[in-house]
Ligand binder design. Sequence first.
Ligand code: FAD
Length: 487
Amino acid sequence: MKDIAIIGSGFSSLAAACYLAQAGHSATIYEKNNTIGGRARQLKKDGFTFDMGPTWYWMPDVFERFFNDFGKKPSDFYTLEKLNPAYQVYFGKNDSITIEDTLDKICVAFENEEPGSSVKLRKFMDQALDNYNIAIKDLVYRPGVSPLELVTVETMKKIGQFFSTISKDVRKEFTNPKLISILEFPVLFLGAKPSKTPAFYSFMNYADFGLGTFHPKSGMYSVISGISKLATNLGVTIKTNQNVEKINVKDGAANSINVNGEEIKADVVLSGADYHHTENLLEQPFRQYSEKYWSEKTFAPSALLFYVAFNKQLENVNHHTLFFDVDFEKHSKEIYDEPQWPEEPLFYASFPSKTDKSVAPKEKEAGIFLIPLAPGIDDIPEIRDEYFDIIMSRFEKITNQEAKKYVIFKESFCINDFTADYNSYKGNAYGLANTLLQTAFLRPKLKSGKVKNLFFTGQLTVPGPGVPPALISGKLVAGLIDKEINL
Ligand SMILES: Cc1cc2nc3c(=O)[nH]c(=O)nc-3n(C[C@H](O)[C@H](O)[C@H](O)COP(=O)(O)OP(=O)(O)OC[C@H]3O[C@@H](n4cnc5c(N)ncnc54)[C@H](O)[C@@H]3O)c2cc1C
């Protein structure tokens, strides 16, 4: 049995802790914030409950596989509901497409927009299913140690799809700009522009249309609570308000961490905190990647978020509602190519109280608004307020109602908060994007190449951003640690 010190309590750290405890190790989580969950923390105020980060529960099979590894099911810890509709996308005033909960119903919506498109959609989805089976059932469970992990009979047949992009593939089949936007939407979760995301990642379209969108009762934080309960039952110790200030190395191996001024010995150190920050907890010679390395990487966007309590129930919106009524290309250029505040932002809004009465008082609405942003741009209170006004005005116009005057309170969260709360590089929201050159073995490594007994997990490592990948990352790193210990 080894003492394993784990930095952070995000999904990846919690998952890793469960596997390590199951393997018989003593795992202790040190979380700097006063609550667990990392990016998936929860805000509770005056009877309203908001998920501060993830709101889309996709790929339920990954969650099932995680719990199954411990002889459990998601339903042992939280209640899941499949949303219908899954979401709604606005393209202008009184102009929206609603995505329902089965492919047959989605085909009808496509056919209404572009006659003949449902046949193409089914063909596209067959391919997406095939990619899902290859990627999510197998490839993503490989630890990114060697390029050979990607070489299988199935991937060789798909090699062209690694060098084409989602954008190109979608445009080969579809011409209607609204349908194109909807089909490009799922890969935004991977953090890069669809024109930079390999076509092979169409497995995200299968996650969207094939598997559907789910909602855990009371929000995504229920999943954090569930996994932390599982971890505690397995013997993991979880400590909050524990800021890790340094990782100490002796004879080439990590042997302790400094937490709130106190040195704590450990046989193995595992960090689920952002990679750049973790490396900065080491003395310079022990860091694997330079500042230049990080500055040249494509990070996933940051975000300006508003958690808003409304004193009425809103109309013409769904649990998940996307506002794609402005130029997507222009906004994405302002995120990736010429970082600046967007002139006309696309935004996403979630109203969990539409389907879950536990998250807002009766006759009221809980709203979460998200504008994707370039990491590292100036974040000042005046700009946040300006953007709140911009999106509220558009929201009112497009959905045909007054909303701003019904705001009871609003809290915001942006780049400076991502940096202060999570030690995030340039305040990125969800890690390192999954571009071709930042996939699998090309991502920052789970195991330090310079310091023995030091490991990393989370959205900057393999397989990438998102809650399901974070769970997988925790499993992968626990496997590597166990292997190393038993050498
Ligand atoms: C706004 C937003 C929306 C998102 N939407 C979705 C979605 O809808 N669906 C989805 O699947 N994914 C979504 N994601 C992505 C998903 O939330 C993340 O990929 C995932 O939660 C990351 O987990 P993690 O364990 O890698 O990192 P984190 O959750 O960031 O955990 C890292 C932890 O380390 C702690 N830490 C940092 N430094 C220290 C230190 N020195 N000492 C101690 N602790 C430290 C941090 O406080 C944090 O708790 C979203 C993310 C954001 C931010």
